[in-house]
Design a binder for this molecule. Structure first.
Ligand SMILES: N[C@@H](CCC(=O)N[C@@H](CS)C(=O)NCC(=O)O)C(=O)O
Length: 208
């Protein structure tokens, strides 16, 4: 059984979506970031930077932190969405999510969604970067069905929950037709619908 320590955020949803896709037994233990649960000593033992998500694999007692490492661990363990022959391409798109797409859209959330009016520089900078990312993803998806290649992989699973925050981004997802095609195709998967609803409170995927 896999235990996922998480919150209802894009990084958290990556993992519930993959777990639903794999169909393995799992349970979610909520780490309430608003109550600083992430700083509790027991959690810090498995999460050195006090961040969600983390998994514990109760079969072998291994724990894994960092969402990209968790996706790779689960995909390798269950041999799904990470085909050996495609790994070079999948790794590049997965690392682009981890190093660029997530951190930049995360900053856009901070300045544009959570703290508007506090820094004109921050708002403008990250709005511009987020818009550029939409364009770059749209361009990639004009020549490839999914991010890494023609198969749905952990690179898509890592990126999709960030685009699912499109209402916060205020960029107009529907103006990016390839990105919208990819977004909706993934949004219609049963496991994505279930994994998106991490808290099991009926949360529904926002459509463009
Ligand atoms: N690179 C990390 C980022 C994880 C991350 O930023 N988690 C946030 C929530 S999405 C968090 O736990 N923040 C709490 C904190 O930093 O105190 C990953 O992909 O796992």
């Amino acid at each position: 059984m896999i235990e996922l320590f998480s919150s209802d955020t894009p990084n958290g949803k990556k993992i519930t979506i993959l777990l639903e896709e794999i169909g393995c037994e799992f349970k979610v233990t909520i780490i309430d970031l608003s109550k600083d649960d992430q700083f509790k000593p027991d959690f810090k033992k498995i999460s050195p930077f006090s961040k969600i998500p983390v998994i514990v694999d109760h079969e072998n007692k291994e724990s894994v932190f960092e969402s990209g490492a968790i996706l790779i661990y689960l995909a390798e363990k269950y041999n799904k969405f990470y085909e050996a022959k495609d790994r070079n391409a999948i790794n590049q798109w997965l690392m682009a999510q981890m190093g660029t797409i997530g951190p930049m859209l995360g900053q856009h959330h901070q300045f544009h969604h959570y703290n508007p009016g506090k820094s004109q520089f921050g708002e403008e900078r990250f709005f511009k970067i987020a818009k550029r990312l939409y364009g770059e993803l749209d361009e990639r998806l004009s020549s490839s069905r999914y991010l890494a290649n023609s198969n749905y992989t952990i690179a898509d699973i890592a990126t999709w929950p960030w685009i699912a925050r499109h209402e916060w981004h205020d960029i107009g997802l529907k103006n990016y037709k390839n990105l919208t095609r990819w977004y909706l195709e993934i949004a219609n998967r049963d496991s994505v619908i279930k994994g998106y609803d991490l808290l099991k409170n009926g949360s529904r995927i926002p459509k463009p």
